[in-house]
Design a binder for this molecule. Structure first.
Ligand SMILES: NC(=O)c1ccc[n+]([C@@H]2O[C@H](COP(=O)([O-])OP(=O)(O)OC[C@H]3O[C@@H](n4cnc5c(N)ncnc54)[C@H](O)[C@@H]3O)[C@@H](O)[C@H]2O)c1
Length: 474
């Protein structure tokens, strides 16, 4: 049945972590007339209570696990599922079974079979299953897609796409953090780049025919640990003053954030970064009067936020230092239990003849994506970074260059894509049609590409995607 456009969509949240709490539920804070969370499942008490407070949730509808929440039956229109990679399939199957439309974090599942099961279940139940490939909804990629579809560069021939992870992001998420280990999460090409593969598939408008991939873990290994380095950085590391990855630099001095701010073109941001780095006493004083400066002085957003998983929210330098003595984020990057790659390349030939390459690497000076699309009549180049976004067009006939999109520093996550995907999902739920959202069947493509790439990398094979699909019964 079509939902009345004037009533908010009623939602439940499973997993009130970083993504659930801040990326998607934020939409309800900004647009309470469109989205209302009435229940939450989250085992970490502090997070559960914080979420309940933010959304005014009845304590009777606050649950420790997704099983307990879904055992209540269908009590809302939609379920937003933001648990970790390996806990996507079961709650989603159950929520679809109960009749919820589901907005599920990417990757949809950490196994191929899990992905296929989810798509089939959504189709069998005729429920909407949206996968959070938020990049598609970022204005930058939307613009790129439209320019190409409008024929600006003629026929696309080749795409070269890079996911350049900042050196700190690599260390935080894929060496020390939640996505460091395949057994515990998923292959990095899936976890990090199913987004990028989705963008390639979308822009090319054709299914992949052949895939090959190479990559390995080169830097973050025990053999590269500095002599005498303790397991935790704050235990008196002999190279703490010169190590790029010394944990207090990242989590207390927020060096990565300052480097990002430094790269912005806005002098005000640069001024703030300088204040934080070189005039801490002045900043501490001013932050007592100006709330915005307090946020900069006692940074609590990513990458600091995951450090507080279940801990009291004290963001002083001393409290952070204490946490780093035992937190996984305090570990020496050369002595973790990580096994995911730190660089990987993927080559793709699509059914329509277009070729594309994707580079994912974790040693970038700046965090973000860059893309180059060459067509029969022109070339588009794009950069999509926190410090700014830009698309340039090169016309082969005139030889002229034109900047078609230019956005300064954008600190809203994924260039605005996080909130726009919620907006599109809500529209789909109200219309009872998958569009404007991407269908889960369409999102499956990028996951197939990621699993095929991983198979290629591990077995040194070129993967024929038709064989790959046939074996899955697709
Ligand atoms: N779309 C994107 O761009 C993007 C970006 C980052 C992460 N992700 C994905 O989002 C997902 C969540 O990532 P995150 O950083 O928010 O992780 P997180 O660890 O901060 O959040 C997951 C939450 O799930 C909770 N949880 C664990 N067991 C549960 C259970 N039985 N029932 C209910 N909740 C339970 C955890 O306590 C935690 O708070 C991951 O799959 C990740 O790969 C997507």
């Amino acid at each position: 049945m079509m939902k009345n456009f004037n009533e908010p969509i009623i939602a439940i949240l499973i997993g009130a972590g970083n993504r659930g709490m801040t990326a998607y539920a934020r939409y309800a804070e900004l647009h309470p007339d469109e989205l209302d969370f009435i229940a939450v499942a989250e085992p970490v008490e502090i997070r559960r209570e914080k979420f309940a407070d933010l959304h005014n949730i009845d304590p009777k509808l606050c649950f420790i696990t997704w099983e307990d929440l879904l055992a209540e039956g269908k009590i809302a229109d939609i379920a937003v599922i933001c648990t970790q990679d390996q806990l996507h399939v079961e709650p989603t199957l159950e929520a679809l079974e109960k009749g919820y439309d589901v907005l599920l974090e990417k990757p949809m599942a950490h196994t191929l079979n899990g992905c296929v099961k989810l798509v089939k279940k959504a189709e069998e139940k005729n429920q909407i299953l949206g996968i959070c490939h938020v990049l598609r909804y970022a204005p930058f990629f939307d613009k790129l897609y439209r320019l190409i579809n409008d024929g600006l560069i003629g026929e696309i021939v080749n795409i070269s796409h890079r996911e350049n992870l900042g050196w700190w992001h690599m260390a935080h998420s894929y060496v020390r953090g939640n996505w460091r280990n395949v057994e515990e999460s998923s292959p990095m090409i899936l976890a990090k780049c199913c987004h990028d593969l989705d963008i390639l598939y979308w822009i090319v408008g054709s299914s992949p025919r052949k895939i090959s991939s190479m990559g390995n873990l080169m830097n973050f290994k025990k053999k590269n640990a500095p002599k005498g380095a303790p397991k935790y950085c704050v235990e008196g590391c002999p190279i703490q003053d010169t190590c790029l990855y010394y944990a207090p630099r990242t989590y207390i001095d927020i060096e990565p954030i300052l480097q990002m701010i430094d790269k912005s073109e806005k002098s005000f941001f640069k001024f703030i970064a300088n204040l934080r780095r070189n005039h801490l006493k002045i900043l501490s004083f001013l932050s007592k009067i100006i709330p915005f400066l307090k946020q900069v002085r006692y940074w609590k957003e990513w990458p600091v936020e995951p450090l507080y998983h279940g801990h009291k929210e004290d963001y002083s330098d001393e409290a952070k230092f204490e946490l780093l003595k035992t937190s996984k984020y305090g570990r020496c990057v050369y002595q973790c239990d990580n096994d995911v790659v730190d660089h990987q390349i993927v080559n793709i030939e699509f059914e329509n003849g277009v070729t594309a390459s994707l580079t994912m690497q974790g040693f970038s000076e700046n965090e973000g994506r860059s893309v180059r699309v060459d067509g029969t009549k022109g070339t588009l180049t794009g950069i999509f970074q926190l410090s700014g976004e830009k698309i340039d067009f090169y016309d082969h006939f005139t030889g002229q260059k034109e900047t078609l999109y230019n956005q300064p520093m954008n600190l809203t996550a994924h260039g605005g894509g996080d909130l726009r995907i919620v907006e599109e999902f809500l529209k789909s739920v109200k219309n009872r049609k998958t569009k404007p959202l991407t269908s889960s069947r369409e999102s499956l493509e990028s996951h197939l590409m990621a699993f095929a790439a991983e198979k290629s990398r591990l077995n040194e094979l070129v993967i024929d995607m038709n064989d790959f699909r046939n074996k899955l019964g697709l």
